[in-house]
Ligand binder design. Sequence first.
Ligand SMILES: *Cc1c(COP(=O)(O)O)cnc(C)c1O
Length: 365
Amino acid sequence: MVETRDIEKMIRSDLITFAGYSGGMAPEAIADKVEVPIEDIIKLNANENPYGCSPRVNKALANYAHLNIYPDDKQVRLRKLIAGYAGTKPECVIASNGGNQLIDMLIHLFVEPGDEVITCSPAFSMFRFSTELCRGKLIEVPRDENFKSSVDAVKAAISKKTKIILLDNPNNPSGNVTAQSDILKLLDLGLPLLVDEAYYEFYGQTVVPLVKQYRNLLVTRTFSKWAGLAGLRIGYGIFTPRIVNYLLAIKQPFNVNVAAQIAVEESLKDIDYLKNNVNAIIAERERLFKELSKFEYLKPFPSGANYILCFVQNGGKQLFQYLESKGIMIRYFDQPRLKDYVRISAGKPEQTDALIKALRIYGGK
Ligand SMILES: *Cc1c(COP(=O)(O)O)cnc(C)c1O
């Protein structure tokens, strides 16, 4: 008989203690410990779109008759559609099973065991996940007290082993943005630079036009947030055609399923509807910021995305747990730098109202 532990001896030693990726929880995971029925849980922990996707997507998917046929592995039509939206050429585009998959592919493309990857921390947790899966080392350059990143500090962190610099802009979880002038300085360092624009539509500024000029610029985006397609998993990136070809070679076959391809097509036919929802979310983000600012025990940080990071005077985890017990899910990050912070997604106005009411009770008012 082969014992389980003999099998486990064969597992990569660096993965024995690997912690994995932890995203925002699903309502199902907390349903039995909250005071409200599951359908009344308010989910403000994963930056999802509270208005859902375009109704055109639901309709097209319900009527689609060819689920037995593989999707186009080369994404010919899809890349053309996305290029039109992003203002670039199809040969500069590749699509992925969520933006996360493309970030993972890029890190795999550059990072060998022992290589170093630089990011400005706190940043998107996917950066650590993929770097460590490649046996690379994540070098975390700390952001300042307002979460601003420093080009000089990044420069000082570069070593012979550095393969890529990772920047999400706006930054998740802090929400603040890096000025284009700083991105240009980072590009001038000459290393591959990933600018993750997952929240581009909520911010409105992009470095996509610079891809033509800077061969080291790598841009990723997603349909999860602005188009409300997080559940379908569809992301994309804009690169030089040469980088696209490398990525096409290493991607999983058929990585974007037909449902996601249809969803992109229908979403792009319904841009006005979706942009309207984006504008409502931006307005709600601003209202949420103002409302949070009124609490003495809270300090929200300005955000260019669809969420707000907030300092909590008497502890982030305590507030997170209190709201969870009331059926309001926000995000807490179990790491020293963010111990006293929570991240709250901008939802619908009535969700903000319920949150503010709970915050008043929590604060004793
Ligand atoms: C949400 C998010 C993504 C992409 O998410 P997908 O659902 O995988 O497309 C990428 N980067 C950041 C910073 C995000 O917050």
